[in-house]
Write a protein that binds this ligand. Sequence first.
Ligand code: NAD
Length: 301
Amino acid sequence: MTLIGFVGLGNMGGPMAVNLVRAGHEVTGFDLSAEALAKAVASGVRPAGSAAEAVAGADVVITMLPSGRHLLAAYRGVDDAPGLISSARPGTLFVDCSTVDVADARTAADEAEAAGHRAVDAPVSGGVVGATAGTLTFMVGAREEVFAEAEPVLAVMGGRIVHCGGAGGGQAAKVCNNMVLASSMIAVSEAFVLGERLGLTHEALYDVMSTASAQCWSLTTYCPVPGPVPTSPANDDYRPGFAASLMAKDLGLAVNALRDTGTVAEIGSRAAEVYAGFAEDGGAGRDFSAIVEAVRARSER
Ligand code: NAD
């Protein structure tokens, strides 16, 4: 049994913490939202009165927070509230599963390690469904020996754990993956709208593209038009799934990474603009595949 301090028990963190409890670990949790904390406590997480209290005495500290700003504030502490780094006993394993900037992930890991801890960035893919089922994919940035230490804990919450390199490596892989995902969803959506205007049925175009060279996840798993893939959010009025606001946030991280590395990515940069605009124009809470409706609306003007 491992003593785990879990901070951030929201849509993702809540079910992840519960899976750790079910595997026999003792999990003490904290969330600023009383509602999120109560939900996790109802499934066996022990409540803490503060983030510092949740991690005092823990072997492993796991964070699942909205952004890098939240992560660094939690690690460092705010005003009089002590941070996680100073509240955990030296030598604790810090595992951050939030999606944050590569630069913030490296800063967080450096600060934790400078205080005598070991640190891992381990963002996930798989959404709330994967978090609940314990089938998340973890993309991990850590030194080899620290990765080996984190792997058994991550295996409780995930089905696939990929070591992507040193600190920040997990976030780097995540940002690249989601830049491709956004670009392919826009491309597939544009193809469907062009097909509609050329007189093709969705089914005919799907049957061709899904077995031809346009085949991709955005088409065959998350098909943006209703019909061809009955489980895709398009069949449920684009209820997320993966909200466009989260995609816009992840693309903001991609843009930061492009800038920081001097990488010219014309399609990825444009995808970031498209999703930022879509989120601002009322699409934030819809599944990101609803972008097809924006493409259609623009084409009808
Ligand atoms: P969420 O908003 O549901 O949960 C975040 C939780 O953190 C909230 O309950 C909030 O109250 C809590 N929180 C914020 N600051 C805190 C602090 N200082 N101390 C304690 N609690 C604090 O978000 P989520 O959907 O669970 O996403 C979490 C992370 O996972 C994000 O970085 C997101 O990008 C990433 N992610 C989400 C999905 C998804 O489908 N939801 C998929 C992959 C990755």
